[in-house]
Design a protein around this ligand. Sequence first.
Ligand code: GLU
Length: 375
Amino acid sequence: MSIKYPSLTQFRRIVVKVGSSLLVDAATGLRREWLNALAHDLASLHKSGADILVVSSGAIALGRSVLKYPAGSLKLEEAQAAAAVGQIELARIWAEVLGAKGIIAGQILLTYGDTEERRRYLNARETLGKLLELRAIPIINENDTVATSEIRYGDNDRLAARVASMASADCLVLLSDIDGLYSAPPASDPDAKLIPLVPRITAEIEAVAGGAASELSRGGMRTKVEAAKIAVSAGVHMVIANGKRSNPVKHVIEGGPCTWFLTPSNPVTARKRWIGGTLEPKGILTIDRGAATALQKGNSLLPAGVTHSEGDFLRGDVVILRDYKGAELGRGLIAYDAQDTVQILGRKTQDIATILGYQGRNNLIHRDDLVLIGD
Ligand code: GLU
């Protein structure tokens, strides 16, 4: 059976991760010409209708050149100071190169907790969603200045995979300084062959990725395979390609060397599986007939349709939905804490702000966060 390679142009939402060593040359600084060419590639995908998100490293690399830190490793606080200085530069450069193509850039800085903890996850996801709806390109990096060792990703490969999952992207492109995954380290083994397609991440593939980093930047092949695991289990295809050449994304589209990791799933199914199966429900909402019919038609759950709330859940927790007879209808991620839910249930959406004293979300459960039985 021959497996078909995906084509980058078939995807509707693509995350592109750009490593520090691609953006910044240790001796000469920012690689502007290269970046302009990449912006050109991204703009043409964007123009053809795809949503684009960029996970960009380079804050520390840019900052250390501004601060004139000598080569070599930095202490944590030095790296954080460099990131503080460099991130301003990085965001400005991206805004400039995308602006030249008529595209608006928006900066998002995330820590590990923002992508793992469900309350914060919902907020970050809503912001990303809004930016994409506005046709802007979010430029995302780890919030290096506040992240301590326990709460950091430390590498943007895994961060990019989490972002892809969070944004329900269907493709993740990791631009690296190597063509893809090789059967052995290409620098030391002349027989090393590029593996063009990984249909499934096996123990053998993990062994091939080994521990050795091929790059100047943090993430070696190991973190790329870790990222692939996160991506494929979230229904995201991933491709590793060499970013060192000019127009690297165009090169992938034209069939240049790269390694594809395929997902057997898609973002919607993977997300529904996550909500429906892997998260423990923390509460129960009883909803009226009108709301049940509205949900079947693909609408979100509004407070007005809820007759009863049980359990001590927090915003972002999973709750079970039941009909008035007690039969389970489905599950979803709730946008309000239990305390607030009790106050707004049965009430009109436009009254939420007056009742709670703050303007929350219109929906109690957004339809994207809802899995109905039989879905
Ligand atoms: N967040 C770091 C930076 O912007 C880079 C991490 C990485 O390259 O994986 O410098």
